[in-house]
Design a binder for this molecule. Structure first.
Ligand SMILES: CC(C)(COP(=O)(O)OP(=O)(O)OC[C@H]1O[C@@H](n2cnc3c(N)ncnc32)[C@H](O)[C@@H]1OP(=O)(O)O)[C@@H](O)C(=O)NCCC(=O)NCCS
Length: 216
């Protein structure tokens, strides 16, 4: 019997067999994705990536406005500093397009590390790349600061899910850093008055914490 060959075409991150009616698009699990799925590179950022800081910064702001959420505003200079310090992760498509970014910062002499600024360029979302960046930034945090408690503040469900998979748990703000320099970053967020009115005890973001000493 002649073997039939099927090709799969990505449409809005879903895949169609030739001749399939668009209304019947069936989302496939990532392990069924064809080999043509672009191989993104995810690497620790360095000085060769400084050029991308402005685009990353602009996308962070545009995405926060689109979601209608608060954000701690970053400058291209602060993003570049993270790249130079080896405290950021950047992803690219095979054609060299910028795909995503995230960075870490340490607080209280390395007692805590924050994972922040996770962003994926809109055209590449829902393809699994956000999760890959998240894993790489977690790995970088563990490598550079093995004894640190790692935390993230977010309003996003996707980030909550990714962190949960890595062993993060929701906590109150009393469990994360009390370093004033960290909270200073919240001053540029539209929700800062809420945070301040609660004496920095809570706000609209959920705090997620990974404690390396936690016994399961
Ligand atoms: C959040 C963001 C980084 C996710 O990136 P992504 O590449 O689309 O995520 P992935 O494809 O790797 O998906 C990872 C998981 O999150 C889920 N997810 C992705 N976007 C989601 C959304 N908007 N709502 C709920 N879940 C979502 C996926 O279904 C997947 O779950 P699974 O592991 O159970 O299958 C991206 O949407 C983005 O840059 N958004 C704007 C900036 C932002 O919100 N950053 C977070 C600030 S804390």
């Amino acid at each position: 019997m002649e073997a039939r060959q099927y090709s799969l075409y990505p449409i809005n991150n879903r895949y169609l067999l030739p001749g399939t009616i668009p209304g019947n698009i069936i989302p496939l699990k990532s392990n069924y994705l064809p080999e043509t799925q672009p191989e993104f590179t995810v690497e620790v950022a360095n000085i060769s990536h400084l050029f991308w800081a402005k685009e990353i910064c602009d996308e962070m702001l545009a995405s926060a406005i689109a979601r209608g959420t608060g954000i701690s505003k970053r400058t291209p200079q602060s993003i570049q500093l993270k790249m130079i310090q080896g405290e950021a992760v950047i992803a690219f498509a095979p054609d060299g397009k910028w795909v995503g970014f995230s960075y870490i910062s340490s607080w209280e002499d390395g007692k805590f590390v924050s994972n922040s600024g996770l962003i994926v360029a809109p055209e590449f979302r829902k393809s699994g790349i956000g999760k890959k960046i998240k894993h790489k930034i977690f790995e970088l945090s563990r490598q550079k600061y093995p004894a640190a408690k790692i935390f993230s503040l977010t309003t996003g469900l996707a980030v909550m899910k990714m962190n949960h998979e890595l062993g993060f748990e929701p906590v109150t703000y009393s469990e994360i850093t009390s370093d004033d320099a960290f909270w200073e970053g919240c001053k540029s967020c539209v929700n800062c008055p809420v945070l301040m009115s609660k004496g920095r005890k809570n706000c609209l973001c959920t705090a997620l914490l990974y404690d390396p000493e936690r016994k399961d």
